[in-house]
Ligand binder design. Structure first.
Ligand SMILES: C[S@@+](CC[C@H](N)C(=O)[O-])C[C@H]1O[C@@H](n2cnc3c(N)ncnc32)[C@H](O)[C@@H]1O
Length: 304
């Protein structure tokens, strides 16, 4: 019988931490990594915290409400873009041995960098298994030419972002084994259906992270529980095993797993985010679905 261990968190650099883990320890990875590599460097985070720019754009106040800083990947040089692929190849090589065969890995990316992230992870030997498109109305792109907004009112310098790609990979199953063999051996290799007769669809409607969750964890890129819960559930086909988030940030993955009674391990190297996650995970895990009577436009979850 599977004995539940709940969750643990580690203040560590994901690369060093992975290198020290025993083989075949984890059954799934779901993570939202620093896909531009540099945006969570201590130097850039310091600039974000002091509001002095760097790669983090501080958006204009709209209607008196302050917007959260967002990383600008358009400022990356071609060398920095190439470094993304190497970073993910190195990271995925360290990840491979700690996963059981057939383990799925789901990685949040950005339209400008997803091909680099994908190439890097494939280079390490993972099978690419498609992507989940998270449709949501973010704040990215669509701006008029800077300092010439009035001169060119009908022009945008980029597309307005309306989705976020999550790349899905699998650690290869041993040659000669079927998915059913792997499920019996390791509990992995497949994905969990939404219901017996409903497989998970690869385009999902989502929301921006509701205020109640952002108030619990003031992380610049916290993901909503309404997204993270179905995604964590998807990755453990039999509902058993341990999920790893090696770039846990606010701990939204760990909270989503905890809310569903799934085991999880989180790693974060920034001490401020790490403390935020430890304090926030139990509260995020207690968020309950909002009652339908609250209206269609209301966030899907609320804190209880
Ligand atoms: C995009 S954020 C994750 C946000 C998270 N999904 C959430 O909902 O809060 C990436 C996180 O990874 C952390 N990070 C970046 N590089 C790391 C590394 N090498 N080891 C551990 N954590 C790292 C950053 O400090 C940041 O908090």
């Amino acid at each position: 019988m599977h004995q539940r261990m709940a969750y643990t968190t580690h203040l560590a650099n994901s690369f060093e931490w992975l290198a020290a883990q025993p083989r075949n320890s984890f059954h799934a990875v779901i993570t939202d990594p620093p896909y531009g590599v540099v945006e969570f460097d201590a130097k850039e985070i310091e600039k974000m915290r002091s509001g002095t720019g760097g790669i983090w754009r501080i958006p204009m106040e709209i209607g008196g409400s302050k917007r959260r800083p967002q990383p600008r990947f358009t400022v990356l040089s071609s060398e920095q873009r190439s470094a993304v692929e190497t970073y993910f190849a190195d990271w995925a090589s360290l990840l491979m041995p700690v996963l059981v065969p057939g383990a799925h890995v789901l990685v949040a990316t950005n339209v400008l960098l997803s091909s680099r992230v994908q190439n890097g992870i494939e280079r390490a030997g993972f099978e690419y298994r498609g992507q989940i498109i998270r449709m949501y109305r973010g704040m990215r792109g669509g701006d008029r030419p800077k300092l010439a907004e009035e001169q060119y009112p009908d022009v945008a310098v980029s597309l307005r972002g309306g989705h976020e790609p999550w790349l899905l990979f699998r650690k290869p199953i041993e040659a000669g084994l079927r998915v059913s063999d792997n499920l019996a051996l390791w509990g992995t290799g497949g994905l969990r259906r939404v219901q017996r007769d409903v497989p998970f669809v690869d385009v999902i409607q989502s929301e921006r992270t509701p205020k109640v969750e952002r108030l619990i964890c003031d992380h610049p890129t916290i993901k909503p529980q309404s997204l993270m819960r179905p995604l964590t559930r998807l990755l453990l086909p039999l509902g058993t095993g341990t999920i790893l988030d090696p770039f846990m940030g606010s701990g939204s993955t760990i909270a989503a797993a905890e809310a569903q009674g799934l085991d999880a391990v989180g790693v974060e190297f920034d001490p401020i985010f790490f403390e935020m996650a430890n304090a926030g995970i139990p509260r995020l895990a207690r968020i309950k679905p909002r009652e339908p009577s609250r209206g269609a436009g209301a966030p899907l979850f609320e804190e209880v």
